[in-house]
Design a protein around this ligand. Structure first.
Ligand code: NAD
Length: 319
């Protein structure tokens, strides 16, 4: 199939702000021939599918409908956005129990429908919800992925771009660890063109790293304070991950994947740069980290491990 061609079917579970915006972005990108929306609020899914279909004749046509898990069974990718949204200053980790119940149920329904594609989890807290999806979907860990810190990394590149008046596409940089308050900005490997931040600073353009890290960490809260939810950034991250998978790009993107011994970590999902291709996460790469970044990443892993332990201790928690 050529690089510009549409692929098969994507299922979007949860047709709320994130799910419907992701459907719209996927439609405009013409990545799939079929987009099925599934939501426990069937009227909402039908309305979003109808609204999206209204744009179809003016975009590159896709078949878009409100469907069931039976329709999702043959999808290449299931994007899981159903989950508890955070409000105000609520942290992502505060909605674990509510989201876990929803995500566990959706993943079990996918498994019952015979789904054998790739599950892409966006529901928060995403590192824990990717683990819940993995535990319930009956798929190898490589085929259950969380959107992770791709969004935070995009925010980092945009923040540096605004500060330095350089196009964000010309800035390499990433955030690793939890998609949440303990995330770690890897300033030591930021490259602007070929220059490090230190080299640029020596030329008279010093960057306040802690201010940038804070701006990136609080970006989601700021947007939620203004409009009640976030949608465009995460939808675009979803499109980028889907694109890397369906085109078998082997692109390296910071997403949340199962740790299998990297930095002696195992049994949890967190974000490190991953090679993404047709099989999902083809490889996890541990980037070079300076000592404080490494300490930050290990602390972030500890936060996630503690949240998993608390989640598993909940009597009503998922399998
Ligand atoms: P939303 O409330 O607008 O949408 C959630 C949808 O899920 C609703 O339409 C609801 O009816 C549906 N739903 C609930 N239970 C369901 C079930 N069992 N089966 C099917 N559908 C079900 O919320 P939103 O703003 O779209 O956010 C969705 C999730 O994405 C939240 O957890 C939010 O925190 C998360 N999010 C993640 C990122 C990220 O970077 N990973 C960014 C933004 C939002």
């Amino acid at each position: 199939m050529s690089a510009g061609a549409s692929h098969g079917r994507v299922a979007i579970i949860g047709a709320g702000h994130v799910g419907s915006t992701a459907a719209y972005a996927l439609m405009l990108r013409a990545l799939f021939r079929e987009i099925v929306l599934i939501d426990s609020n069937a009227a909402l899914a039908r309305a979003e599918a109808a609204d999206l279909s209204d744009a179809n004749a003016l975009a590159r046509p896709a078949r878009i409908w409100a469907g069931t898990y039976a329709d999702a069974g043959s999808a290449q990718i299931a994007v899981l956005t159903a989950g508890a949204a955070t409000h105000g200053a609520q942290s992502r980790l505060e909605v674990v129990a509510q989201s876990a119940e929803v995500v566990g149920e959706c993943a079990r329904q996918l498994a019952a429908a015979g789904f054998e594609g790739i599950v892409l989890v966006a529901a928060n807290p995403v590192d824990l919800m990717a683990l819940v999806a993995f535990r319930n979907a009956g798929l190898p860990a490589a085929r259950v992925i969380g959107t992770g810190t791709l969004l935070d990394s995009s925010r980092l590149r945009q923040a540096l771009a605004a500060e330095l008046a350089i196009a964000p596409g010309s800035i390499e940089g990433m955030v690793v660890g939890e998609h949440g308050d303990s995330e770690v900005t890897v300033f030591s490997s930021v490259r602007i063109g070929a220059q490090t931040l230190g080299e640029l600073g020596a030329l008279g353009s010093p960057v306040d790293q802690s201010a940038i890290a804070q701006e990136v960490r609080s970006a989601g809260y700021e947007i939620i304070a203004g409009k009640g939810y976030t949608s465009f950034g995460i939808a675009t991250a979803i499109v980028r991950i889907c694109e890397a998978i369906v085109r078998d790009e082997r692109a390296i993107l910071p997403v949340s994947s199962m740790m299998t011994g990297q930095l002696s970590l195992a049994g949890l999902y967190l974000s490190l740069p991953c090679v993404l291709g047709a099989g999902g996460v083809e490889r996890v790469a541990v980037p070079p980290l300076d000592p404080s970044e490494l300490a930050g990443l290990m602390a972030s892993a500890t936060v996630i491990q503690a949240a998993i332990a608390a989640m598993d201790a909940e009597p009503a928690g998922p399998a």
